[in-house]
Design a protein around this ligand. Sequence first.
Ligand code: T5A
Length: 224
Amino acid sequence: MGSLNRHQKQSQLRGLLISIEGIDGAGKSTIAGQLERKFIAEGYPVQLVREPGGTIISERIRELLLDPGNQQIAAKTEALLYAAARAQLVAEVIQPNLEAGQLVICDRYTDSTLAYQGGGRGIDLEWLRDLNRLATGGVRPEVTLLLDLDPQIGRNRRSTRQGPGRPGEDRLEAESEAFYHRVRETYLQVAREEPQRLRVMDASKPLPEVVEEAWEILAQSLNL
Ligand code: T5A
């Protein structure tokens, strides 16, 4: 796209989905927000959404899923609830925005289900892939940034963020270190299987460096 002008580049970029993945505390929300600002500054129409959430129904499912009181949720119920929140978000926000020509950045998407419900809970990955296809109708990210981080660092970052007036650990965050190691390994396994789409980044680097690298990867992959 090198010889195209900005207007031509913007129209070629339309309707693309970017997802950002990683364990809790890896920096996804922070980086997604900074990328959104960079895209806007460059003149690209962009919509930022998060999972689970992003619609009234999906936010209500999120409350159910993250409530530390809901310890009795079975692993497959959990997977189906994440899929239900995703199906609603795709139908109500992602698909219409892609069709309207927006660039959509999703803070977590289908790979979270593979990593957490597959790696973390031990559900069969093929069953989860089928579930993801059902929930999304096949809407897939063009590029996925995987913020790879040692779970202990993620936990430290989350605990320094907590304090007076900030909520304590949610149901997933209270999981063991072993759970988070399995989540991380499954993310890396999926990245090895789909190296073109999933780009692994070292999220332990200082924030400005991670943001810069994320932008460079997107610029190269999307030919900005
Ligand atoms: N889940 C989700 C599933 O199990 N299955 C699924 O299918 C889906 C979609 C969602 C939970 O649901 C699970 C995964 C989650 O457990 P959530 O609250 O949305 O819950 O969880 P997260 O998305 O993980 O949100 P977090 O806020 O915990 O993590 P982030 O977004 O990765 O981290 P962020 O940006 O908030 O940063 C954390 C702190 O670290 C600092 C930030 O300033 C912040 O203080 N930070 C850095 N510090 C130093 N160096 C850097 N490079 C830094 N980057 C960020």
